[in-house]
Design a protein around this ligand. Structure first.
Ligand SMILES: Cc1cc2nc3c(=O)[nH]c(=O)nc-3n(C[C@H](O)[C@H](O)[C@H](O)COP(=O)(O)OP(=O)(O)OC[C@H]3O[C@@H](n4cnc5c(N)ncnc54)[C@H](O)[C@@H]3O)c2cc1C
Length: 358
């Protein structure tokens, strides 16, 4: 696309320039649909990779014998459930493209009901957003710290990591957890900022551990949903395709309940590791010979309830050129986040004079 001082052009017409803040499933869905319609999209994310809470941590550790190992933990979203036809289609296309596989984990000894199709991005959870964002300009380690209106009615984005001049855009999409979006929105859309501040996000302490596999040979399940105790979900992470695990070892991801996580939110991580390792051993039914352990604290893991829609979702203010999407508006999962980003893109395209015009 030819660039000139007045911005990108296609067939002589000015192309709308859009900033999408957040490279999780909502931002990736919105960016992909806008880019496919001919808009010039740049995605900004403060992290080192795309995917948001769909994340896989690559860890290196040294065992007691001094050997170095690499292990991959899916420490955020565990799998992708699909009900809505458009999302099922997207996930089937992702399977065709080799970046997801159908995934029906055995939970608590029972195969999960096939009524809801489940998928697992491969080789790690970010693969789905990487697939969506193929061909889209993405700036990583780019925290949007402020949004300003210019006298010309454009948007200027300030990046915390870059002291340079704020970057100009015609339209801005905020695709991030509600509390973070509310801060950027407050000077420009008080009603939306207030509605987002009212969305309660539950926290989640997540344990990642490696143990010897030998004593666990009789286990047949992929995941457990403990009925009581601190843990809400236990995953035998090494049974997921593509996730590196040291030979002879089992890897575990155990996610604490929201109420337990809230109660222990500011605890020392070492205390949390001790408590969650004990809960994990209890859940597995035997002591674990642990070689490695760590915790991650998700301060904003999942919305307890979604935002009251003012106006009804998706949130797009055509006059301001400002939109909001994310799971805080739709529901606590990847599918809802994707649907919210995709719907926002469609609303934007409906109100823009033409796909390529400003
Ligand atoms: C522990 C846990 C378990 C989960 N389990 C499941 C599951 O099994 N199945 C399921 O479907 N869902 C699950 N989820 C929920 C799912 O991950 C989320 O619903 C989904 O990722 C929300 O997508 P999003 O795009 O709205 O936000 P996110 O995925 O959070 O993406 C937002 C992005 O915005 C970026 N960002 C924030 N502020 C800024 C800023 N100022 N500047 C630049 N970038 C910024 C962040 O770095 C992030 O990458 C789980 C989540 C957690 C935490």
């Amino acid at each position: 696309m030819p660039l000139d001082a007045a911005g990108p052009r296609l067939n002589g017409a000015k192309v709308a320039v859009v900033a999408v803040v957040g490279a999780g499933p909502a931002g990736a869905a919105c960016a992909a649909a806008l880019q496919a319609a001919g808009l010039a999209v740049t995605v900004f994310d403060k992290s080192r990779g795309v995917g948001g809470r769909m994340s896989t941590r690559r860890t290196r550790y040294t065992d007691a014998q001094g050997a170095e190992h690499t292990v991959h933990f899916d420490h955020g979203a565990q799998h992708v459930g699909a009900r809505h036809a458009a999302f099922v289609q997207l996930m089937q296309a992702a399977v065709q493209a080799g970046c997801a596989v159908p995934w029906q984990p055995v939970v608590d000894g029972e195969a999960e009901s096939p009524s809801r199709q489940r998928f697992l991005p491969v080789p790690g959870m970010p693969a789905l957003c990487q697939h969506l964002l193929r061909g889209v300009t993405v700036q990583l380690q780019a925290t949007v710290s402020a949004l300003q209106r210019t006298p010309q009615g454009d948007w200027a984005l300030t990046l915390a990591e870059h002291a340079a001049e704020p970057l100009p855009f015609d339209h801005v999409v905020l695709a991030m957890p509600p509390a973070q979006a509310a801060v950027l929105l407050a000077p420009h859309h008080a009603a939306w900022a207030e509605a987002l501040r009212g969305v309660v996000m539950n926290p989640c302490w997540t344990l990642m551990a490696v143990s010897s596999a030998a004593p666990l040979a009789s286990l047949t399940w992929d995941a457990q949903v403990p009925a009581a105790g601190p843990l809400a979900w236990v995953s035998r992470n090494h049974r997921r395709p593509g996730r590196a695990t040291p030979p002879g070892c089992a890897s575990w991801v155990a996610q604490a309940r929201a109420d337990w996580s809230l109660q222990h939110l500011e605890d020392d991580p070492q205390q949390v590791i001790t408590a969650l390792l004990a809960a994990l051993a209890h859940s597995v039914g035997q002591p674990l010979d642990v070689h490695y352990s760590a915790v991650h604290r998700w301060r904003y893991a999942l919305p307890a309830a979604v935002a009251a829609a003012t106006p009804p979702a998706p949130w797009w203010d055509a006059a301001l050129g400002l939109g909001v999407c994310g799971d805080g508006l739709g529901g606590p999962d990847v599918e809802s986040a994707w649907l919210s980003g995709d719907a926002l893109a469609r609303s934007m395209l409906n109100t823009l004079p033409a796909a390529t015009a400003r």
